[in-house]
Design a protein around this ligand. Structure first.
Ligand code: BDR
Ligand code: CA
Length: 315
């Protein structure tokens, strides 16, 4: 049976791992990408939008692109240090110049347009802070009926990476994350529990180096940039966090998932931005999220490499 492609909006703050997630999504016939929207996070929303345009030019993705929210809904934005993704938000190899102008719409307006026009439900893949998605749900809650689910990279049940309690994407805008988790929509959460196991090693990078196409040539350099930073702070490889939010949709079998009730801490001094998952169902509340807890790393890398190879066949 031929699988129907999943309608998606790619929302992110690219970002090396966002970019790789988009490379893999574009390569697969499992996805029908309707738009890309950029948000403040790894860099400003303006830089993220420009990076989005350049990624789309690289991978031949001709869909509307819009710049989104410049700052979190309620609080002031933290500034991400430039040693992770660089000054541009996507430092490393030179990318092709944009082929498509930005839309004359904000990201939220573009999401509204896409959802209103969609004949079938749309999945939002959100790999940055959740400000665009939170704003969308605030202004047009009626459009929830057009959203199939929200697949996010964000949070961590057992730990954080920006504070002991909080992961970066959620810490940047906990109020938006709170809106998303409280929306009643199905949430697929790729948090640090799984994404820190989705590691790329130098051996994997070597395999990608050998692939002869322009996308592979950029991806291995992104990976090298990303790897250097992570190894310098003690990781055994580069966690390709955001790709989990894509592969969870078309290759769920490679992940271990657990349904649970997740709440976002928006206010406390030490725990702001924490995603508190009731992993043992202590409170007995109905789960609002499916949380990815583990991944078959070998398969994860296999799908990533397969997608990159497909650009040699004129994807
Ligand atoms: C998240 O933060 C960003 O640096 C990455 O792109 C990812 O979305 C991981 O905490
Ligand atoms: Ca990201």
């Amino acid at each position: 049976m031929i699988k129907k492609p999943i309608n998606v909006i790619l929302d992110g703050d690219p970002g090396h791992d966002d970019a790789i997630a988009w490379v893999v999504a574009k390569a697969s016939s499992d996805f029908n990408i309707l738009a890309c929207t950029a948000v403040n996070g790894n860099c400003s929303a303006a830089k993220a939008a420009y990076n989005s345009q350049r990624i789309c030019a690289l991978i031949g993705l001709d869909v509307p692109i819009a710049k989104g929210q410049d700052k979190p809904l309620v609080i002031e934005s933290l500034k991400a240090p430039t040693n992770i993704h660089g000054e541009s938000g996507l430092d490393g190899p030179e990318l092709p110049l944009p082929k498509r102008e930005l839309e004359d719409l904000t990201a939220v307006e573009l999401m509204i347009k896409v959802l209103e026009e969609a004949k079938e439900k749309v999945t939002i893949v959100a790999t940055g802070p959740l400000t665009n998605v939170g704003a969308l749900l605030l202004v047009r809650p009626d459009l929830k009926e057009k959203i199939h689910q929200i697949s996010i990279m964000g949070g961590g049940i057992k730990h954080g990476n920006w504070t002991a309690a909080a992961e970066f994407n959620i810490l940047i805008d906990p109020d938006s994350a709170d809106i998303v988790f409280g929306s009643g929509l199905p949430i697929l959460m790729s948090g640090l529990d799984v994404t820190e196991k989705a590691l790329v090693t130098p051996k994997d990078v070597e395999k990608i180096k050998k692939i002869d196409n322009p996308v592979a040539d950029i991806v291995w350099q992104w990976l090298e940039f990303f790897y250097q930073f992570h190894v310098s702070i003690g990781y055994p490889g580069a966690p390709i966090h955001d790709l989990c939010a894509v592969l969870a949709l078309n290759h769920p079998e490679i992940f271990t998932m657990q349904k649970m009730y997740v709440e976002v801490e928006t206010a406390s001094e030490y725990c702001k931005g924490a995603t508190i998952g009731d992993i043992n169902n202590i409170a007995g509340k109905k789960p609002n999220a499916t949380v990815l807890m583990d991944v078959d790393r070998e398969k994860f890398i296999e799908y990533m490499i397969e997608a990159i190879k497909s650009y040699s066949e004129g994807n």
